[in-house]
Design a protein around this ligand. Structure first.
Ligand SMILES: Cc1ncc(COP(=O)(O)O)c(C=O)c1O
Length: 427
């Protein structure tokens, strides 16, 4: 039996694309009118006293130990130790939404949901998998992909990761993408994940490729398939070449067609160099969806958050909120991005001037990484590089070796890449 609150949300989403895309758990989940909802109500109307939430208040403020407060004295007790709302600090959510519009001019005039805070992009992906993936609802993603997708989709959700080939010649394999999307569409549904700049390849589509990707999705939507597009924008903004499509593809998908629901997974993790903050956002966009639909999706997400981590970390959100309002942040980010770009250029210089019978650099133009397609076993090569040269790399699968140039000093790049090529040559 479905809980009546779940039923209510499902009724709101009835005959919409998101409603038709929900998984079994997605249909069941709801945000209870329990402690959190009653606490929020009490905050508004409990003028005499609020005896709802399990925190310690002294003089109307959260109690904070001096031993804790002394490490972040500029932040108030509320900014440090109070529980954040289930969907995140409201000002931070509003600010991030403004930033999404600012960073993606193509979204102008398009209605999107208010971003929901999740504890990092990984958690966001996992919640989306809860909401839209189950044993009968597979996800299409590129090969190669970030390995955590498989852990989430296959191991955790007991579903399947269907794949398309990411590269053909020197760019995005549009043919493989089209074939795979059309095959999914035969079931009436397409759930597809796109991640640019990509992990592990460090590739982002050119303007021309982006237009084709959008056209392929539009085409199956026009023929009646319900399409869910996940845009994993973890490395947003780290573009090092001129002809790269300059914004998130979410800007295209957010109002592409009534049969398309787009969801943007992003956050400050890499964009703002705060990997351990565990702060991320989920934002929906779909043509014809109203505020009521977005709110129903938000409530479902809140149910997933409440039933797992309850809410995201408050200090991280408070610091992010203050940092985003700091006028110096843009120039500081620019400086770090320049460091990454210099490393990228150094790697490009090496790979374009060296050849190896056992290594082929996959196309790369953005992000943190580049990968080699290896003719030898990538894990054996990784071991050799690690034990003979004391250099760590990652074997993504039997024929893909990933190098995170983001964590190499520019001066180390020549040494590291020479060692990789030498080891590959000697196998
Ligand atoms: C493609 C991709 N998505 C998501 C993430 C995870 O981000 P977070 O650390 O915020 O969970 C990563 C991080 O490695 C990533 O490479």
């Amino acid at each position: 039996m479905l809980n009546p609150l779940a039923q209510e949300l499902n009724t709101t989403l009835k005959n919409t694309t998101p409603g038709e895309l929900l998984s079994d758990l997605g249909l069941r989940v709801f945000f209870p009118k329990g402690i959190i909802a009653q606490g929020a109500e009490a905050k508004k109307f409990g003028k005499v006293a609020n005896a709802t939430i399990g925190t310690t208040l002294t003089e109307g403020k959260p109690a904070i130990l001096e031993a804790v407060h002394k490490y972040a004295p500029e932040l108030s007790a509320g900014e440090l130790v109070a529980y954040a709302p289930t969907a995140g600090l409201p000002y931070l959510r509003a600010l991030w939404k403004d930033l999404i519009y600012k960073k993606n001019p193509g979204l102008k005039g398009k209605e999107i949901s208010t971003p929901v805070v999740v504890p990092g992009l990984t958690a966001g992906i996992s919640y989306l998998a809860d909401l839209f993936i189950d044993e009968t609802k597979p996800l299409l993603s590129p090969n190669p992909s970030w390995d955590n997708y498989s852990l989430i989709i296959e191991t955790r959700r007991n579903s399947q990761l269907h794949t398309f080939n990411l590269f053909a010649n020197d760019g995005f394999d549009l043919e493989s993408f089209k074939t795979a999307v059309e095959k999914e569409a035969e079931t009436g549904f397409v759930r597809v994940l796109l991640n640019f700049p990509q992990n592990p390849s460090g590739y982002s589509p050119t303007n021309a490729e982006a237009a084709q990707i959008v056209r392929i999705i539009r085409s199956v939507a026009e023929k009646g398939a319900k399409v869910l597009v996940w845009d994993d924008d973890a490395y947003f903004g780290l573009n090092y070449e001129n002809d790269i499509y300059p914004q998130s593809l979410f800007a295209e998908f957010a109002d592409l067609h009534e049969n398309v629901l787009a969801v943007k997974i992003d956050g400050p993790t890499k964009e703002d160099f705060v990997w351990g903050f565990r702060t991320g956002f989920l934002t929906f966009g779909g043509k014809g969806l109203t505020g009521e639909h977005y709110e129903a999706l938000e409530k479902k997400l809140m149910g997933l958050i409440r039933s797992s981590v309850s809410c995201s970390s408050t200090p991280s959100q408070s610091i992010a909120l203050r940092a985003f309002a700091d006028p110096a942040i843009d120039i500081q980010k620019k400086n770090f991005r320049k460091i990454l770009e210099d490393r990228y250029l150094e790697v490009k210089k090496f790979t374009s001037s060296h050849t190896s019978k056992n290594l082929e650099a996959l196309p790369f133009n953005s992000g943190y990484f580049m990968s080699f397609r290896t003719k030898v076993d990538a894990e054996q090569l990784r071991q050799k590089i690690l034990h003979e040269k004391q250099i760590g790399t990652v074997a993504i699968d039997a024929k893909t070796l990933r190098v995170a140039f983001s964590s190499l000093e520019k001066e180390q790049i020549e040494t590291v890449y020479s060692a990789i090529y030498e080891c590959a040559e000697n196998m």
